[in-house]
Design a protein. Sequence first.
Length: 517
Amino acid sequence: MPFACLFVPDFSVQAVVRLEPELRNKAVAVFAGVTPLTKVFGANSAAKTAGVEIGMTKTQAEVCPGIVWRQRSLSQESTAHSALLDCAWTISPRVEGSGQEELPDTVVVDIAGCEKLLGSPEKIAGDLQRVAAEVGFDANVAVAANVESAICAARGFPGITIIPAGDEAARIGTLPLSSLKIPMELLDTLARWGIHTCAEFAALPEIAVVERVGQEGRRWQLVARGADARPLLPKDLPLQFAECLDLEFPVELLEPLMFVMNRLLDELCTRLRMHALATNEIQLTLTLQGNGSRRKESLVHVRTLRLPVPARESKFLLKLLQLDLQNHPPNAPVVGVRISAVPAGPRTRQLGLFLPLSPEPERLEVTLARIRNTVGDDHVGSPLLLDTHRPDAFRQTHFVLPESTTRTATMQRRTTAALRMYRPPLPADVELREKKPAAVICEGARRRILALSGPWRTKGEWWSETAWARDEWDVLMEALRPAYRPVASEPPEEETALYRIYRDLRLRRWFIEGIYD
């Protein structure tokens, strides 16, 4: 059963460089620890050539010229490991990746049965390396018959390595012991014994190794022989995709912040496309610079955007975030950015041959975002009726494109009576006869009521300042004549219509609320 291992050398450095492409051809090193115990945690080959060594103090390392320094970020390494897992999931659903601090740079893929679909192991290894390069990793790929042999080969051999079944011991034996991830103390001990390669370690007597090192030494010896047959421990697919970046200096202006967010969205959309997914919800978390007196809750600025249709275009998402931040800016300089996306199936649609073209949902959403910046969030969206008896009580909610179903289409075709509301309602005077409306005086004309039904008394919220109470009537009378109609199109005098009128019991006034259609 073949396995492919994807290994990223100098992982802490590459986790930084993938989000800062301008550093790709420069000497980069990463610090870790707090002052005065800050030391070099990672460095790429160019930095090591310039004299940087792992474990140097910050004072010693800064003497080396031409080095770009960055602080280690565990959150960036975590999202980089998630991106590495995404690369592996493009080949097979059976992927192992610890995500722990000691092994964030390695993932293993079970490629058994993938040859018929994706090609030879050499082809699969090349695809893995290419996909890793798309998300910003310069990775090594190795294929072997067991998990540990593939991991050792990927750590020890650059580029692509294919180990045929049965040749594990010979190929792994040429590697140094550091490929086994043995603790540094044991490496020093073995070096004093004259043991430097995996083959030399594998040749030691098993009983003597167990007596001196323990059962863990026995397992490392099996790995050195290419004979460790432990099973793969696959991970579940992610429920959320995220990218983050810790800024070297606080950012106060929106333009440089958008430059950072553009990088993160590009990586995020690339990962979504690897899974043939899109997103319908984006969450932006900005870590703000604090002054020590603020509470912890005030140091994070969170904005959540729910999209009407799934999308995976970074420019579209960036524009929505820009408009949202213009309307809801953070109240302090930004020192960290995190963008997460909830995955969803991509949008599919079938255009009709004889239907007019409708506006693109992406363009419509950007237009609505611009309108929200002008009139406010509460004045744009879809009306939602409130759970109350108060007439015309609603609030604005975010517009979401409804799913088209047969039941919905049937309900839309059903004939129903509709009340066309006058906004605002028309003020009127009502003549009563035996406590019932007999005529309505509106727009300077008197109209006799031919038939009526009611009253219906409704009231509520008497405990608050928005209390309301009114009596409603449905009346049949002569139709109102809208002032905007031309004379030729005015209805005849005998045309009638059904109206809703009501008396506001608090204001003691009559109004015409609307006309039934």
